[in-house]
Design a protein around this ligand. Structure first.
Ligand code: GDP
Ligand code: MN
Length: 380
């Protein structure tokens, strides 16, 4: 689960990481008022669930009171990576001497928590990682601990990250705080970029990105409270409310499948045949017609979808239920894109009979269904 920068900053602060206090504003007037309270110069930052705000014009340093409202208005009018900006964080602008990078994440390949650091951070960190990977430092930590970590564990990583001993010394308690926060709040990622060295030689977390583990939300009511439904992909939010698992993928073939494994296999097959799936959608085990109808609505929200592939392997899911849901969907909305269906398993015959006479392409196997869908997507 993604949270906003200002929420991440608040978590960092709670664990003792130095951050700049800010005020969140929703209007240019609120931003002006906030700047008066904070004192100039201020930095205005778009609050969206996306990185790359700096490059998109979503981060501006403003030196005069007159300019704050206009800059806030410009940022609030932006859409960054498809996400409309609704809030802007106003914080005292830091005077930066250098920008480093520090993150803590789960490395599944080694089943450990790993600190990743780089002395040259900032908006071009991806390029640095590509062109000079030797500049990226790693420190592996045990996946679980009984007691607190000892600061010694971080010392040699810290010394490689900052040649200056005072800065190396200052990053050690920051690393300890990040590890503590990560474990206590079930994070999936904490990323500070930039970890700024200020003009007076202090370290400051100028930007913070935190991902929270969705699978741990049941034991983290405090994390659930950080959810901002306004900032989430509306299709994903609607799917969650309808009990469906949905992830948008950007291609042209809408997919409706029962079971996560079969859904993955369907996406792989489409890709293998040269197509691009528009989404992952698992309608789950026992699919009522109502759920199928909901799934169609969500897939059809996306104007990029050129064909819908329905792949159902009926077990607990009954093919006639799926067929009824499809009929309801066809009645409710005129489905303007071609449909390819593969229905096998429980009540397959009944399902087919219900759908007889409808304009759709029927396939027997997954390969055949994917081939037809890819072809239809290509020709439309
Ligand atoms: P991102 O582009 O979404 O990662 O947004 P960041 O918050 O990291 O900001 C991008 C860049 O803006 C940073 O790398 C800094 O160079 C600059 N920036 C951010 N905050 C400040 C600030 O308080 N003062 C100054 N001078 N620059 C800042
Ligand atoms: Mn950043």
């Amino acid at each position: 689960m993604k949270i906003h920068e200002y929420q991440a900053q608040a978590l960092l602060k709670e664990y003792g990481v130095p951050v700049l206090d800010g005020i969140v504003a929703s209007t240019p007037q609120e931003a002006s008022d906030a700047a008066l309270t904070i004192g100039l110069p201020v930095v205005l930052k778009a609050q969206v669930h996306s990185g790359g705000r700096g490059k998109a014009g979503g981060v501006r340093v403003v030196g005069t009171a007159d300019a704050v409202a206009g800059a806030a208005e410009a940022i609030l009018a932006l859409t960054i990576k498809g996400l409309p900006v609704r809030k802007v964080l106003v914080a005292r602008a830091a005077s930066i001497r250098a920008e480093a990078y520090l993150s803590l994440l789960i490395d599944r390949a080694v089943s450990k928590l790993v600190f990743v650091g780089c002395a040259v951070g900032g908006v071009d960190i991806e390029d640095t990682a590509q062109t000079t990977p030797e500049k990226i430092l790693r420190l592996e930590l045990p996946a679980a601990r009984r007691g607190p970590a000892s600061p010694q564990e971080y010392a040699s990583f810290a010394a490689k990250l900052f040649a200056e001993p005072s800065l190396a010394g200052a990053v050690v308690p920051i690393m300890a705080a990040l590890e503590c926060l990560f474990r206590a709040r079930d994070c999936a990622l904490i990323e500070i970029n930039p970890l700024a060295v200020t003009a007076d030689n202090a370290l400051l977390a100028l930007d913070a990105k935190i991902l929270l583990d969705d699978n741990a939300l049941f034991r983290q009511p405090g994390n659930v409270a950080l959810r901002d439904p306004d900032s989430e992909d509306p299709a994903e939010a609607e799917a969650r409310a309808a009990g469906l698992t949905f992830i948008g993928l950007g291609g042209t073939i809408g997919c409706m499948v029962n079971g996560a494994g079969l859904a993955m296999a369907t996406l792989d097959t489409i890709k293998h045949l040269g197509g691009e799936p528009a989404n992952f959608l698992d309608v789950g085990g026992s699919s009522s017609p109502q759920k199928i109808l909901g799934a169609f609505r969500i897939i059809l929200r996306n104007p990029q979808v050129k064909v819908i592939l329905v792949n159902i392997f009926g077990g607990i899911t009954r093919c006639d239920d799926v067929a009824r849901g499809m009929l309801a969907a066809m009645q409710e909305t005129r489905i303007a894109v071609p449909l390819v269906i593969r229905l096998v398993g429980t009540n397959e015959q009944e399902g087919r009979e219900l759908l007889a006479g409808q304009t759709l392409t029927v396939a027997r196997t997954l390969e055949e269904a994917a081939e037809k869908a890819v072809e239809l997507a290509r020709n439309s």
